[in-house]
Design a protein around this ligand. Structure first.
Ligand code: DX5
Ligand code: ZN
Length: 221
């Protein structure tokens, strides 16, 4: 398996100081910036769009930006986010009319592509698109809000996806999003995840470095 990646979700950051918050969490050793896009349609909450992503790039952020689209429709936002500096674009398959086309669109725009599965979304959406995926992300909460508790049924589902990835022979990251904390990250990794989104667990603490270090320690156990 490839090195573990920690991806703080800026949904839990102080939006009034977003540039500083991102600098601080990256200086603390985080690997990737997780960017939650909510549209008050696919999910019952509203966050930020391509302009904020582009502002982070202009601010000097060079780390990968992992854009998690919780929007419907999906395709119209793909070119805008690619232009705004997204490195990875993931979307929920049930929000796209043509999943294969959306994956191709993301790749044509030079970004890594991934599918996101809600807790009750079946894995059958993977059946014909494994060759087009860089990332599979499992939601371990229902999307729309930070600070929710990890849904334990995600652990066997992660193990199932880990098996599917390993048997496919494709080089695909397995990301997990929602309720990830220092005290559960080790068992989530043991179930097969190799990329961890954490919002409130990191930004909810005064010392980001301490949390990131604790997470890494848990991951080496
Ligand atoms: C939820 C978002 C998550 C969220 C995670 O819809 O996709 O990325 O911010 O937040 P925590 O880590 O607080 O559960
Ligand atoms: Zn997310």
């Amino acid at each position: 398996m490839r090195p573990y990646l920690i991806a703080p979700s800026i949904l839990a950051a102080d939006f009034a100081r977003l540039g500083e918050e991102v600098d601080k969490v990256l200086a603390a050793g985080a690997d990737v910036v997780h960017f939650d896009v909510m549209d008050n349609h696919y999910v019952p909450n509203l966050t930020f769009g391509p302009m904020i992503c582009s502002a982070l790039r202009k601010h000097g952020v060079t780390a990968e930006i992992d854009v998690h689209l919780m929007v419907k429709p999906v395709d119209s936002l793909v070119p805008a986010f690619a232009k705004a500096g997204a490195s990875i674009i993931t979307f929920h398959p049930e929000a796209s009319e043509h999943i294969d086309r959306t994956l191709q669109l993301i790749k044509e725009h030079g970004c890594k592509a991934g599918l996101v599965f809600n807790p009750a979304t079946p894995l059958s959406y993977l059946d014909y698109v494994m060759d087009k995926l860089d990332i599979i992300m499992l939601m371990s909460v229902n999307p729309g809000f930070g600070g929710q508790s990890f849904i334990p049924q995600t652990l066997p589902k992660l193990a199932q996806v880990r098996k599917i990835i390993d048997e496919s022979g494709y080089d695909i990251r397995l990301e997990v999003d929602g309720g990830v904390k220092v005290d559960n990250i080790a068992e989530i990794a043991a179930a097969g995840a190799d990329m961890f989104v954490a919002g409130s667990a990191i930004f909810g603490q005064p010392d980001y470095q301490a949390v990131v270090n604790q997470m890494r320690e848990e991951l080496t156990k």
